[in-house]
Design a protein. Structure first.
Length: 306
């Protein structure tokens, strides 16, 4: 919130931390050969790096964080569309219904945010059209990142089918190989490092170490991101896709609610309606209702059996 354009230094720090940890504990200082051919990781990493950078820059284009989160929750739409086109998949009526709900929710939130941007722009007639055009560019960037992320998921699914699932290895290479790409962003990263140094001092509890508060925020972000992304990669190998999708969906929902309440982001009744469509549609897609039905029936039978 203090430095809206700091996405690159945040992403670089996350990638560097995960890459160093993976180099030591997974790659054994480079002595362990990858189970999946390295060229495949280069393709996956090119997609992963592009998605991360484009999503970061979207925040500089008049895209509010709640809209950013909701829009990215529409990954089901992109995955289904590319699955039909590339993998020739076919889905049930309930799946198409859920996708329609998610699409309607994203459209509602996007439309309401567009009206907010337009009303804010009306305060300055000269900058109004320019602000709105930047917002449209941000929507285009989010759409591109959404499609690229879905394509990466299909590519990753194909790799796992061919070579087996290697979550820790994939986590390491997905974060280590893109590091040279951050050289292109070095001026922006350095600029925000200087700004972070100039933030107010903060004394870390227990340790007693004093450092600029923005560096403390960054450290906490890197640690929590590592826990999050490590958990997601492990879930893909240990649990069913239903469980993974449900957990990630609930995490997005909690993040969205926290963002609105804690940071007091503008959120109208229409935004809430759109959000409800997005998450109900997502839960329909995962068929969580079908899974809960037998579970609830078993719970009802137990008292009678006892």
């Amino acid at each position: 919130r203090q430095f809206p354009g700091c996405g690159n230094i945040v992403t670089f720090s996350q990638f560097l931390f995960i890459a160093v940890e993976g180099f030591v504990f997974e790659a054994n200082f480079g002595r362990k050969r990858p189970a999946i051919p390295i060229r495949n990781y280069f393709i996956m990493v090119a997609m992963f790096f592009t998605v991360s950078v484009v999503n970061n820059y979207a925040l500089n284009l008049n895209i509010a964080m709640p809209l950013h989160m909701i829009f990215r929750s529409g990954s089901l739409i992109a995955s289904m569309a590319l699955g039909i086109i590339i993998l020739k998949k076919r889905y049930s009526v309930s799946k198409y219904t859920s996708i329609a709900l998610v699409s309607l929710g994203i459209f509602t939130c996007t439309l309401m945010s567009a009206k907010q941007v337009a009303s804010d722009s009306s305060l300055n007639q000269e900058d109004g059209p320019q602000v709105f055009l930047w917002w449209l560019l941000g929507i285009a960037a989010l759409t591109f990142a959404l499609l690229m992320s879905a394509r990466m998921g299909i590519f990753q699914e194909t790799l796992y089918q061919r070579f087996g699932k290697h979550s820790k290895e994939a986590l390491f290479y997905n974060h280590a190989l893109p590091l040279p790409g951050f050289l292109l962003l070095a001026p922006n990263i350095y600029q925000h490092a200087v700004l972070f140094n100039q933030s107010e001092p903060f004394q870390v509890p227990v340790i007693g170490l004093t450092l600029p508060i923005m560096w403390f925020y960054l450290l906490m972000n890197v640690i929590t991101q590592y826990v999050c992304i490590r958990g997601v990669f492990i879930l893909t190998t240990e649990c069913t896709s239903l469980t993974v999708t449900l957990v990630v969906t609930l995490r997005k929902f909690v993040s969205l609610i926290f963002s609105i309440l804690y940071f007091q982001n503008p959120f109208t009744g229409w935004h809430w309606l759109g959000t409800a469509f997005v998450f109900v549609g997502t839960l329909m897609y995962t068929e969580v209702w079908n899974s809960l039905g037998p579970f609830l029936r078993r719970r009802r039978r137990r008292p009678k059996e006892e």
